[in-house]
Design a protein around this ligand. Structure first.
Ligand SMILES: Nc1ncnc2c1ncn2[C@@H]1O[C@H](COP(=O)(O)OP(=O)(O)OP(=O)(O)O)[C@@H](O)[C@H]1O
Ligand SMILES: Nc1nc2c(c(=O)[nH]1)N=C(CO)CN2
Length: 199
């Protein structure tokens, strides 16, 4: 039936309202891949890593596609012997969230596991970093993409290479080459530990 001018349900929506609603819709129509690095060096490290993966899997618009093997790693960037060792892993996700929303979600997951931000590179129950988001390159300090130190970190490159041997770190080249150049010192496989995909 053709609506008439007097039908109140066909009032035109003002352009300003359309623009506001569109701006508030922060999902993308196309899912993108992203690489997340997880690290924990306080508390029950494996349990926390699994909890973070499950929490990420509970995120609307995000699907965890692969979870890497677990590595026990020497704390990077601090005096040796000043912190407990880390468990590290990498998750590959597909998401319709834009990068800023993915970072918000990563921070919410950290908060859920009582991460306390005190000093730079301080010990933590959980750290969730965005290593790469599709092929986005951004120097924004709030969200630098790819992660500005990923290419220097075997604790990121080794698990990433395990789940995606052909991976490329945007702007830096093949992960396999970066890992070969860096070496695996301080990064030990923990084949006795396993992380699951979210149920
Ligand atoms: N790719 C990224 N992933 C996560 N956080 C990022 C990224 N780029 C910039 N940041 C910013 O870095 C800030 C500090 O992050 P965080 O406390 O996790 O650092 P860190 O884990 O101690 O050190 P690092 O950044 O070297 O891993 C965050 O609040 C975030 O805004
Ligand atoms: N081994 C290891 N060292 C670190 C880690 C980490 O996850 N693993 N994270 C840091 C800040 O992101 C600083 N140092």
């Amino acid at each position: 039936m053709k609506p008439t001018q007097s039908d109140p349900t066909v009032q035109p929506v003002p352009a300003s309202v359309v623009a506001t609603v569109d701006a508030a819709d922060t999902t993308l129509s196309n899912p993108r891949w992203a690489v997340l690095a997880l690290g924990a060096n306080l508390g029950n490290r494996l349990e926390t890593l699994q909890g973070a993966i499950d929490a990420l899997g509970d995120t609307p618009g995000l699907r965890v596609k692969a979870v890497s093997p677990v590595y026990e790693t020497a704390p990077w960037g601090v005096e040796p012997g000043t912190q407990p060792s880390y468990l590290n892993a990498v998750a590959l996700v597909r998401t319709t969230l834009p990068p800023s929303s993915l970072l918000e979600r990563a921070h919410a997951v950290e908060e859920a596991f009582h991460r306390v931000r005190e000093e730079r590179w301080g010990a933590r129950t959980i750290d969730v970093d965005i290593i790469a988001y599709a092929d986005v390159v951004s120097e924004d300090p709030v969200l630098t993409l790819p992660h500005p130190r990923a290419h220097q970190r075997a604790f990121v490159l080794a698990p990433w290479h395990d789940v995606d041997p052909d991976a490329q770190l945007p702007g830096h080249g093949p992960v396999a080459d970066l890992l070969a150049a860096l070496g695996r010192e301080g990064v030990t496989s923990r084949a006795d530990l396993e992380l699951r995909l979210p149920e």
